[in-house]
Design a protein around this ligand. Structure first.
Ligand SMILES: [Zn+2]
Length: 85
């Protein structure tokens, strides 16, 4: 997997989340290119992405809004996420 830098803040520090890399600093989300790590099922990983982010909203209320915005990037009508805005 190649190293990337966040295009928003220039950070090279990322969290893996499903098929995405999430910038630890500004929360920008980047899709990991297929072939890099062998991402197979995009729809399933999207749903698990949303679930993982919703869990973070509950566990980390201080940053819930940031995670909720990530969810809304994926699923703009997600009612759970809208509650955290
Ligand atoms: Zn960033």
């Amino acid at each position: 997997m190649k190293l990337i830098n966040c295009t928003q803040c220039g950070s090279g520090d990322f969290l893996r989340d499903g098929g995405y890399m999430i910038c630890k600093f500004c929360g920008s989300r980047y899709a990991i290119e297929q072939g890099d790590i062998g991402v197979k099922e995009s729809t399933i990983s999207l749903n698990s992405d949303i679930n993982a982010l919703l869990q973070k909203c509950r566990k980390d209320p201080k940053n819930a809004k940031k995670y909720a915005n990530l969810i809304l990037d994926i699923d703009p009508d997600n009612l759970e996420a809208l509650k955290y805005l």
